[in-house]
Design a protein around this ligand. Structure first.
Ligand SMILES: [Zn+2]
Length: 253
């Protein structure tokens, strides 16, 4: 084993939850980061530093000055440039030992199945609910685990989705709430620390799944970082779920 000084993953190799074998597993894993906003950028940085072997970033947007408050891996010099490309460039400097790919495109029903089909896991980095329902359909259909998360204001939630084993997004929230009632960073503001905190939990769940030891039974974590109020509640599969129990992929079709 290398020494702490010259081994970038030393702290993970000596951690019993990951270890030498787990580190090799992470190096062999392929993860899609769907959306490169507050959630996606924090997720991408963490998994690149942890040594996930193949990371694909997908987002259609360009960097805006107002993104810099909460989105990492981008600077003032990047304003106007495509986020996925900007992030891929910086990730390559953070960890040159992993493969980083990107696509500058909006995830939609034409491309979502192709994007998820060949990865081991998807991290939800979206900023809107319809994209998450689309991702849920595609991941359940192709049995690809994904980790749902959303943040607004000082509050965030996250839950791992393990198709075939645990509840899916539609077990938790059968239909997307109307857009006008959904809180987002745009209409409710966002404290940047909640994006950090929720993605820390989200990427930890992702690593657990990739290491073959998911946190099971599945829990929905809710966190209000301003109030320091944290809860983890077990969520059961809805036996009537249109998506994961009846195999009806309404958002894909
Ligand atoms: Zn379901």
């Amino acid at each position: 084993m290398n020494t702490a000084k010259d081994d970038r993953y030393f702290c993970q190799r000596i951690l019993s939850e990951i270890g030498e074998k787990g580190q090799r597993r992470l190096a062999g894993a392929s993860v899609l980061v769907a959306g490169c906003g507050a959630l996606g950028s924090n997720n991408a940085e963490t998994i690149a530093r942890a040594g996930i072997g193949r990371i694909t970033l997908v987002d259609h947007d360009r960097v805006e000055l107002s993104n810099l408050q909460r989105q990492v891996l981008m600077t003032e010099d990047d304003v106007g440039r495509p986020k996925a490309k900007v992030m891929a460039e910086l990730l390559g400097k953070i960890n040159s030992q992993i493969e980083i790919g990107y696509e500058i495109t909006r995830v939609d029903k034409e491309n979502v199945e192709r994007l998820v089909r060949n990865v081991d896991l998807v991290l939800d980095g979206f900023d809107n609910l319809p994209s998450r329902y689309l991702l849920n359909d595609a991941c359940v259909k192709h049995t690809i685990p994904w980790v749902f998360a959303t943040v607004a204001g000082t509050y965030g939630i996250t839950m791992p989705i393990l198709p075939g084993q645990g509840p899916c997004l539609r077990c938790l929230l059968p239909n997307p709430a109307p857009e006008e009632v959904v809180l987002t960073a745009r209409n409710a503001g966002l404290i940047n620390t909640i994006a950090r905190a929720i993605t820390a939990i989200q990427t930890t769940q992702a690593m657990r799944i990739l290491l073959g030891s998911p946190d099971y039974p599945v829990k929905l974590v809710t966190y209000d970082i301003w109030q320091a109020s944290f809860s983890a509640q077990e969520i059961l599969r809805n036996e009537d779920c249109l998506c994961c129990c009846q195999g009806r992929y309404e958002f894909l079709n």
